[in-house]
Design a protein around this ligand. Sequence first.
Ligand SMILES: *Cc1c(COP(=O)(O)O)cnc(C)c1O
Length: 391
Amino acid sequence: MESFVSTHLHRLRSSTNLLLSQYEPLTLVITPLLALLIASILQSFINHVQDKGLKSALLGFVMDFVKLIPVVNDRIEAEKQKVVEKMQSGGKSKRDGWQTELPKAGLGKMVMDKLKDERGNDVVWQGKCSGTIYIGGSESGEHFSLINEAYSMFAHTNPLHLDVFQSVVRFEGEVVAMTAALLGSKESDSGGKICGNMTSGGTESILLAMKSSRDYMKAKKGIKKPEMIIPESAHSAYDKAAQYFNIKLWRVPVNKKFQADVKAMRRYINKNTILIVGSAPGFPHGIIDPIEELGELAHSYGICLHVDLCLGGFVLPFARKLGYPIPAFDFSVKGVTSISADVHKYGLAPKGTSIVLYKNHDIRKGLELLRLERGMERHRHVYVQHTCTEA
Ligand SMILES: *Cc1c(COP(=O)(O)O)cnc(C)c1O
């Protein structure tokens, strides 16, 4: 038996050596190294495809190769530099005369003249800057005076201390409740448990909703490598959330009508998916995504759906009352788990005010569930009171 095996091994060795003897030793050394190189390029390409999809991976690869040509690379860098300089509005010259240290003597009331002078250099926006300021026309002056007077009464309060500033706590709760009432909290389909809080803007509302959804899905389904799927038209706040909170982000091209492509989004759903997003409307085109279809999709997979009503939250409910045919977009849609609505856009409040709403306490509490798990119960009281106002 042993001699049988050894004869065969011996023969195999001789025939292999004979076969390889026709090649140069150098070829024999280089071939496996080359194969390793190709394998590693392939591996990184596959990783790219998994990360970014086939199209952008191919494009990235072609670009990487093209950039290896020095002339092309120099040209690309020069163009990039031009764009950067343009964005920094002409570079240093604009900053001539800027005050970069505290003045030796206080300016006193003169500071007001300085502010007025500087404001005179701003672009005239009145009624002319769409998507920049959300009120124009003759009534804006009176509106601003009223808002400024109200704001100045509370500009120095600290709402963290809710035992001291009970008025502010009440106002926050009331704004949350009123916004929720506009967005379906009174409909029986909403579940009647909508809660939320005020934030410093649409971006913060979205960040909080993404973090809560991530933590909720971790507690509910044990998802530790979270992914979210959004239409290409969604706001850049989702990129920020993905980076801050370690969520893999899939941006899916919109359909021919510039709406979220629900079928295409479905294809990206896997066991790590925590959330999908729809905007009503989205910022780039002002087009409303099919929220009901997205709701069905989210519901059937047991994942979260955030509706971005930053722009539409204080328009759509009224447009609907006026009789415009607006499909359902709020908590009356099954599957919607959170909503953001900017009070500082069509709510006509001063900059720095937005609302984030959650379908129920469990979703909002995503964060708190984890805190409790880790025995960090100490802040529970303040946290719950401060951030959640049952609508
Ligand atoms: C404005 C806007 C946001 C972000 O709001 P900011 O208040 O600028 O942070 C997000 N989504 C949509 C659709 C918006 O219009």
